[in-house]
Design a protein. Structure first.
Length: 91
């Protein structure tokens, strides 16, 4: 399922127009992104948590030449599924 499919499913389940559902989906993703940019968590009870984790700088190897190279420190978004989602997937 892609973002367009998600918007279509939301429209069908809620009776919203497809354009309104698409805007709602876009707004949810935008809010999650903005919150993570601030370094804060997004907790959705029964679904899961979106968190930002920090990855330290490290030394890696260039796969083509085998020479060492520096990998910069970075932040990455992670999703930790909640119990409700785990139970739904495994049930």
């Amino acid at each position: 399922m892609n973002k367009g499919d998600l918007a279509t499913a939301v429209a069908e389940k809620t009776g919203m127009s497809k354009s309104a559902a698409n805007q709602a989906v876009e707004t949810v993703f935008e809010c999650i992104t903005d919150t993570l940019k601030k370094g804060e968590e997004v907790r959705i009870l029964g679904f899961g948590n979106f968190v930002v984790s920090e990855r330290a700088a490290s030394t890696g190897r260039n796969p083509q030449t085998g020479e060492p190279m520096e990998i910069k420190a970075s932040k990455q978004a992670k999703f930790k599924p909640g119990k409700g989602l785990k139970d739904a997937v495994n049930g």
